[in-house]
Design a protein around this ligand. Structure first.
Ligand SMILES: C[S@@+](CC[C@H](N)C(=O)[O-])C[C@H]1O[C@@H](n2cnc3c(N)ncnc32)[C@H](O)[C@@H]1O
Length: 271
């Protein structure tokens, strides 16, 4: 007798209200990093970016590796035990809570993103213990994030916090006041807290990327070094300051001969 056909795997769930006909910046980034959580339209748009800006995959990887080095530095040298990661993105390798909880299993991590698909994945794959939560929030509404019950339930705002804003502020337009956003978030954190930012640099090589992202869920806004440095106003940047990501405390993955990428990053301490 023939055995019954194998059961089909369930179709991926698309949360209500999600438009899969628009390239999505979280899923494009996932695709650029070799992930599987993306659709045809995300891949088509990302492939077009790669065609026009060949180093874009390297930019994505440089960003992800900077995230890892920065969190290891914060959890290790700075002994920070609380992290708020806004614009957290789809789960990948070496997520923030995995790095932080390796340094100290008691470390607490809040992942925040405004994308419902990111949230669904983060809740299923990242927020699997009582010290890790995933919260829906829009970085353009910092007061709402700070007032969120789950954020306040996990984070002790009397103790140093690491605020992670990686590859997200370049999705906030000038009209949406990104510097004010960062200032509002920082004002809620005590001295000893740290800010980590990575941000696309205004380099002519990225002009076609800006055009491609025009049709995506968020437009991309590369900024000048001075504009990115202004996010750290009033804080003390740790060495080596605001630099191309491959120059920030490089590890064994980075060769001295590797060209730098047009994305800047830094880590700073609130005094
Ligand atoms: C390029 S990914 C970066 C992911 C992660 N931070 C990293 O560096 O690996 C950008 C993320 O920011 C999120 N994002 C974009 N605009 C946002 C907003 N206004 N509020 C919250 N998240 C946002 C996207 O949904 C996406 O997950």
């Amino acid at each position: 007798m023939n055995s019954p056909p194998p059961e089909k795997p369930p179709l991926p769930v698309v949360p209500e209200g999600v438009d899969v006909s628009v390239p999505n910046v979280a899923r494009m980034y996932d695709y650029l990093l070799g992930g599987k959580d993306n659709t045809l339209i995300d891949r088509a748009c990302a492939d077009e970016v790669v065609r026009q800006v060949p180093p874009v995959r390297e930019i994505a990887w440089a960003n992800r590796r900077f995230l890892g080095r920065a969190v290891r530095f914060l959890a290790g040298e700075r002994r920070i035990r609380q992290f708020i990661d806004i614009g957290a993105g789809l789960p990948g390798q070496e997520n923030v809570h995995e790095i932080a909880q390796r340094a100290d299993p008691e470390s607490r991590v809040v992942y925040v993103d405004h994308d419902p698909i990111v949230l669904a994945h983060a809740r299923a794959l990242l927020a699997r213990d009582s010290r890790t939560v995933a919260v829906e929030g829009d970085v353009r509404k910092p007061a709402d994030i700070l007032a969120d019950a789950e954020v306040r339930g996990l984070i002790d705002f009397a103790q140093p916090v690491a605020l992670l804003l990686l590859a997200v502020l370049h999705f906030v337009t000038d009209a949406e006041h990104p510097h004010q956003v960062v200032a509002t978030l920082l004002a809620a954190l005590p001295p000893g807290s740290c800010l980590v930012i990575s941000h696309l640099h205004r380099d002519p090589v990225l002009h076609p990327l800006v055009d491609c992202y025009e049709g995506a869920t968020s437009p991309a806004v590369p900024r000048t070094t001075a504009e990115i440095a202004a996010f750290f106003d009033g804080l003390k940047l740790v060495e080596p300051g605001l630099v191309g990501l491959r120059r920030w405390r490089p590890d064994e993955w980075i060769l001295a001969s590797d060209p730098d990428v047009p994305i800047l990053g830094g880590v700073a301490v609130k005094l």
